[in-house]
Design a protein around this ligand. Structure first.
Ligand SMILES: Cc1ncc(COP(=O)(O)O)c(C=O)c1O
Length: 467
């Protein structure tokens, strides 16, 4: 499928920015001027500029025009596009790397959860206390799969913001998003099958692939635009790919989001190559744009996209409440869920349903998203000031994870060890791929209580890169 003209124009301008033709902070030609120069319509240029804004390359300033962003999104090097047999070591490496993230004596840049001050702990505490006093039977009854009807109703209401029109019966409650992803993979693939994943990707996906004896094709995820669709298309022509797991919003670890045209194209590709999309939307509620992006699932005309999410990143990771919308795989997913865990946690489901019902969730989200955005710009500036020349940082438009690319000479496994000795946790790039291509990258969580100590830790980390 030939790419639309505006996408080609956007790529051409992004290339000019990367080549330094347009410098960070400088103005690019107006829409009208570009339209004349390139002999295309004003509407096409507007579409190209809007795509470049989505990718974090340029920014519109009202009445002033379009400017190149100060912090340019980084380009992630292509991974080898071929199914990788899992060597069975992923879990061991990850266990070792993730252990420090539970040590609250460290500055936890390595955690994948926000600091407790960003979670509605007090409201949940009150709710759980009240439930235990007034309805103790909640602890003695099984809430069989698919889970609490009231919670599924609340989820169906919230999913309207993503463009999905659902019935509670379309939804199965799971033990977090990890469980939802596992169940989805089990429903669509058998041992030996090949799954396309973003590269770098969330390490839990690598572990699920390992334990299910699947093969992974790592498709580069560009921090300015998400999964590289041209390469996905190429890979799907060459290999028999059963499913593709994507995180369209604020991907872990790059923070990348897919633009609307890319979402459409991804759905087209999935139909064309008959591969099931597994949509992981665990960071979807944390968009700084203030409104939910449309889910892939909302444009699923043949009911074949599986949507997974949870409340772990915005309400309570320890409650382990997630959900899956399985489309025509729903029955298989529910069957697996039932056999694996029989029932779902009653107390935490009810507490979350009550929290969603009383309207406090949106207020809570507005506050946290604002703080994350403030932390992000502080973090980006500190890194660019104190880290080696050539360091690049991503520009997420939501979530709380930053992807840092250091010069090739810095090995982030070694940096991780040195950082631990200095009381600082970071997650090295090796945790996010089956290959060693991200050996000079690391991921940083900025949903921390930010103070002088955090600033000092980042400065120290910058010094450690030089040692
Ligand atoms: C992209 C992504 N998907 C899924 C999960 C798992 O979420 P949960 O804690 O709800 O199982 C995580 C957690 O870090 C994640 O980053």
């Amino acid at each position: 499928m030939d790419r639309p003209l505006y996408e080609k124009i956007a790529d051409q301008i992004a290339h000019q920015v990367h080549e330094g033709i347009f410098l960070p902070g400088s103005k690019i030609p107006s829409v009208r001027k570009s339209s004349k120069q390139m002999e295309v319509s004003v509407a096409t240029i507007l579409q190209a500029y809007s795509l470049l804004e989505d990718r974090g390359v340029i920014k519109a300033r009202p009445q002033k025009g379009y400017f190149v962003q100060e912090h340019q999104p980084q380009k992630i090097e292509p991974a080898k596009i071929a199914p990788a047999e899992n060597d069975g070591n992923t879990h061991a490496l990850l266990k070792r790397l993730l252990r420090p993230s539970q040590n609250d004596k460290l500055i936890q840049f390595d955690a994948t959860v926000p600091a407790s001050q960003f979670l509605p702990i007090r409201q949940l505490q009150r709710s759980v206390g009240r439930l235990m006093r007034l309805a103790p039977e909640i602890c003695t009854a099984y809430e069989f799969t698919p889970g609490s009807l009231n919670l599924r109703r609340q989820i169906a209401i919230r999913m309207l913001d993503t463009g999905c029109q659902l019935q509670p019966d379309d939804i199965t409650i799971t033990l977090g998003c990890q469980n939802a992803l596992m169940l989805s993979l089990q429903a669509v693939a058998n041992a030996g099958d090949t799954i396309a994943i973003e590269s770098p990707t969330y390490h839990g996906i690598l572990q699920a692939i390992e334990v299910l004896n699947l093969k992974a094709i790592e498709v580069p995820c560009l921090s300015e635009g998400g999964i590289d669709l041209d390469l996905l298309d190429k890979a799907a022509m060459e290999w028999d790919i059963k499913a593709c797991i994507v995180t369209p919003n604020n991907q872990n670890p790059t923070g990348a989001s897919l633009s609307s045209p890319s979402r459409k194209r991804l759905i087209e590709l999935s139909k064309q190559h008959n591969l099931t999309l597994i949509e992981d939307d665990v960071y979807g509620e944390l968009s700084y744009l203030g409104k939910r992006e449309r889910a892939l699932k909302a444009d699923d005309t043949n009911d074949s996209i599986i949507y997974c999410s949870s409340f772990s990143k915005s309400i309570a990771p320890g409650f382990r409440i997630g959900w899956v919308i399985g489309g025509h795989f729903q029955q298989r997913i529910e069957h697996h869920a039932y056999v694996q865990s029989l029932a779902t946690p009653t107390l935490t489901q009810t507490a979350i349903a009550n929290f969603l019902e009383n309207g406090a969730y949106d207020r809570h989200l507005r506050k946290t998203r604002m703080t994350y955005q403030e932390n992000l710009s502080r973090c980006q500036s500190l890194i660019l000031e104190h880290f080696p020349v050539g360091t690049q940082v991503s520009s997420p438009k939501g979530g709380f994870l930053l992807w840092v690319t250091l010069p090739d000479s810095v090995n982030t496994m070694q940096l991780h060890e040195k950082a631990l000795e200095n009381g600082i946790g970071i997650l090295p790039g090796l945790a996010f791929s089956l290959t060693s291509q991200f050996s000079h990258h690391f991921r940083l969580n900025y949903a921390l209580s930010w103070d002088n100590k955090t600033d000092a830790a980042l400065r120290r980390l910058g010094q450690l890169c030089h040692q």
